[in-house]
Write a protein that binds this ligand. Structure first.
Ligand code: ADP
Length: 398
């Protein structure tokens, strides 16, 4: 059984075709500049040469048509006809409070994705375009929506409510939703498997550290708290996002600078975080290189990044009444031993300590805990596409 996974952005579309017999990737790729001059497709068929196809893509429907043509191409293709694709799984950002899991896409499901546009104004419309494009080109293929927010729906009200007049929750659904849910769910499940333990009884802190960063406190396999909020702006210091701050900062800056709120939100989302403090880059590799050259602003950005993570590890350990495993994932979490080391530095009092040699080694899933530490510290590479493909298979094939 072959499943196509789609992650549609406003002008981009990522895809991955998976063979679910052995859960391998048959081909993957990316369409860029959809609706903009210079549209192109980078197609990477497994075991064959990568190709770049420059072709106008006025909209997502044309992009999908070009992707399917590449997948079935006699030279670069990996399947003989699109009928070989049993189902399509779509990544959807915001499922609001209605979706605590993944769902086969029906008109009613589409209505809810549309209802949630105010909560995900950039992503949900793009996700809808991706779904509608696939429905147009593959009208008989079942489709599934997998939501970034769904895993966090198990949070209790004391964790997801903001202490503002309750009416804003009742009328406008203002609350913490959390994101990167597919990643946290996958990593927590793999952690239990890796440790050979039942998810029940495990208290896990997952640290998804990529361009966007979020953490989650997971008990018995269920999320009980997470760092991102109504939007992905809350929580950690990220590449370009501020993460937590006193909301009065927004009012103060808007008033002092005669800035409107929208511009201020753009500043907090796009010009803050590592980029805002360092003044030159949102990429952790650049920050670390500059720290080594003695750049004080880069050092401050790094210190703020790891300090915030340490604070959250402590607060989640307190919230869960202890912690059994701390897990690092995503671009920074999987690849950077130095950041991992700094994030857990001084947490020996919680039983968290890492082995420097194990931490320095490269590889897939691994335990980097120091001998004798009571908390297991792991590195688990995330695989959101695999979760989407599995959910799609399970829902379509029962
Ligand atoms: P996204 O959040 O967009 O899915 P990833 O999880 O792939 O992104 O993470 C991408 C980020 O990971 C890059 O912006 C880069 O800062 C960071 N990164 C990747 N490799 C390393 C590394 N070896 N050291 C530090 N940071 C890294």
């Amino acid at each position: 059984m072959k499943i196509l996974v789609i992650n549609a952005g406003s002008s981009s579309l990522k895809y991955q075709l998976m063979d679910m017999e052995d859960e391998t990737v048959i081909a993957k790729g990316l369409c860029e500049r959809i609706g903009i001059e210079g549209s192109n497709l980078q197609h990477r068929p497994t075991g064959k040469e990568q190709v770049r196809i420059e072709k106008p893509m006025a909209n997502h429907t044309q992009a999908i048509e070009i992707v399917l043509a590449a997948l079935t191409d006699p030279v670069h293709g990996v399947i003989s006809s699109m009928d070989e694709i049993s189902a399509v799984g779509h990544r959807v950002l915001h499922g609001g409070e209605k979706f605590a899991g993944s769902f086969v896409i029906t008109p009613a499901v589409m209505d809810v994705i549309r209802e949630n546009i105010p909560l995900g104004p950039l992503h949900n419309p793009a996700n809808i375009m991706g779904i509608e494009a696939c429905q147009q080109v593959m009208p008989n293929t079942p489709m599934v929506a997998v939501f970034d927010t769904a895993f966090h729906q198990s949070m209790p009200p004391k964790a997801f409510m903001y202490a503002i007049p309750k009416d804003y929750y009742t009328r406008l659904h203002v609350r913490k939703y959390g994101f990167h849910g597919t990643s946290h769910r996958y990593v927590a499940q793999r952690t239990a498997e890796f440790l050979g333990q039942d998810a029940k009884g495990l208290r896990i802190i997952t640290c998804h550290l990529g361009n966007g960063c979020s953490m989650a406190a997971i008990v018995d396999g269920k999320c009980m708290d997470t760092s991102m909020g109504l939007t992905p702006l809350e929580g950690m210091v990220m590449g370009t996002r501020s993460g937590d701050l006193d909301p009065a900062v927004v009012g103060f800056i808007c008033e002092q600078e005669h800035m409107d709120v929208q511009d201020c939100m753009t500043m907090l989302n796009k010009k803050s975080g590592l980029l805002g403090i360092s003044g030159f880059s949102s990429d952790m590799r650049d920050i670390l290189a500059a720290v080594d050259e003695g750049n004080a602003d880069a050092k401050l950005a790094l210190d703020m990044f790891v300090y915030r993570i340490r604070k959250y590890i402590g607060s989640y350990a307190a919230a869960m009444g202890g912690v059994d495993a701390v897990v690092f994932t995503a671009g920074i979490g999987e690849n950077n031993p130095r950041i991992r080391e700094l994030c857990v530095e001084g947490l020996g009092f919680l039983g968290i300590a890492i082995d420097h040699e194990k931490n320095a080694q490269r590889g897939g899933e691994r335990d980097i805990s120091a001998p004798g530490s009571t908390v297991r510290t792991l590195v688990i590479p995330t695989d959101e596409e695999l979760v989407i493909a599995r959910d799609t298979r399970d829902l379509v094939c029962g």
